[in-house]
Write a protein that binds this ligand. Structure first.
Ligand SMILES: [Fe+2]
Length: 385
């Protein structure tokens, strides 16, 4: 059998009701806490109050969209001024990434740019991060299970990672009830991000037996859960999607991603489009392209056959259509604004170049050409063309 390594957060708690024990777990790290949170989930107000009642001294910062370099610098300063002993990040992927970056940088005397990939020096952290408790309120990014924080660099129109083996959360608490009644569009696009994040590691050139064992059942579970939640609210489907999202973080941290995320990272850096929406629309076209290129090269198609089987089990009437039909079954309308971006040839050339050189693209199961990537983008804009 192949050799491989495997890493996860220090401890993970999963299940409905696990959020009730947040104060008990968090206060074990100290009373002076930096709380990094999203705005939209009312239950986070209750959690913050409960923490204060039980003795926490909180400095609260709100994540405003995906974290930028300047936001990270501000939040790190707030955490240092507060003499925070630990960071609690509650929210979607943006809040968790902001909290992760803060926990990593508060104890160090160094600058964010010393450690950022691509646009910075990419150096390892100079000190052990603060304890970090990550609590997702959306089922999508799996950020609670990974060792990187995605940071927007507006000056370079790029999104890059702050990444270090010591950045895994100390504790991840995944309570699916925190995702109940999230709006349908958020649920579908973030859910399809999670599904993409179990499909790409499964097809990845870096897949290993342990990530395969996690991804195979999660692909079916995730597709089924999204299909249910498109139609109606369902606590069991919420549980399943929160589980898949958690697994997706483990899978991508250990087996890498692929072309969907290579492109999504670059497009996200140049637009304000939601990551989940971009991934959802790129998934079908990218799977189709990877399948075609693998078939042409005489490669092994077993994993694509598995995917086909799962998709046709979950969606009656899908039959044996091309992967492109995925956009139809999820009633996706394309990515708004992507057509404008594609009308600018020079910009598209740059985007394709950056995507082909991204870290996610390196794990794609086949080497794609510039023309392949151009075709994927075209399909994502206009699925029926
Ligand atoms: Fe993603």
């Amino acid at each position: 059998m192949m050799s491989f390594g495997f890493s996860t957060p220090g401890k993970t708690l999963f299940g409905r009701g696990t959020a009730d024990a947040i104060p008990e777990h968090v206060l074990g790290f100290g009373q002076r806490l930096l709380l990094v949170r999203g705005r939209s989930v009312a239950r986070v107000d209750d959690i913050a109050l409960d923490l204060q009642k039980k003795g926490a001294v909180l400095e609260t910062v709100f994540a405003e969209g995906e974290p930028t370099v300047s936001q990270v610098i501000q939040v790190v300063k707030a955490g240092r001024d507060h003499r925070a002993q630990a960071v609690v990040a509650i929210g979607g992927g943006s809040a968790i990434d902001l909290g992760k970056a803060a926990a990593a940088l508060i104890p160090s005397g160094s600058d964010l740019m010393d450690h950022l990939e691509v646009v910075g020096a990419g150096l390892p952290l100079t000190a052990q991060p603060l304890p970090l408790v990550a609590i997702p309120t959306t089922a999508g990014t799996g950020a609670e299970m990974t060792k990187n924080a995605v940071i927007s660099v507006p000056d370079a129109a790029l999104k890059v990672s702050l990444r270090d083996d010591r950045m895994y959360p100390t504790l991840a608490i995944v309570d699916p009830s925190l995702t109940d009644h999230a709006p349908r569009e958020v649920t579908v696009s973030s859910g399809l991000d999670a599904v993409t994040q179990v499909i790409e590691p499964y097809l990845s050139s870096r897949a290993n037996p342990l990530t395969d064992a996690l991804c195979q059942p999660a692909i079916r579970m995730g597709l089924q859960a999204v299909a249910t939640l498109i139609r109606h609210e369902d606590p069991d489907a919420r549980d399943a999607l929160a589980y898949v999202s958690m697994i997706s973080g483990v899978a991508l941290a250990n087996a890498g991603l692929g072309a969907v995320h290579g492109l999504a990272g670059v497009i996200g850096g140049q637009t304000n489009l939601a990551h989940g929406l971009i991934c959802a629309n790129l998934l079908g076209p990218t799977l189709d392209m990877n399948f075609q290129r693998t078939a042409t090269a005489g490669g092994n198609l077993e994993r694509y056959s598995f995917l086909r089987q799962v998709i046709s089990d979950v969606f009656d009437g899908w039959g044996d259509q091309s992967f492109l039909a995925l956009s139809d079954v999820f009633e996706l309308q394309g990515v708004p604004g992507l057509d404008d971006l594609l009308a600018d040839n020079a910009r598209v050339d740059g985007l394709i170049h950056d995507a082909l050189n991204s870290s996610s693209m390196k794990a794609n199961p086949v080497q794609l050409t510039e023309e392949d990537v151009r075709a994927i983008l075209q399909m994502a804009v206009c699925p029926t063309a």
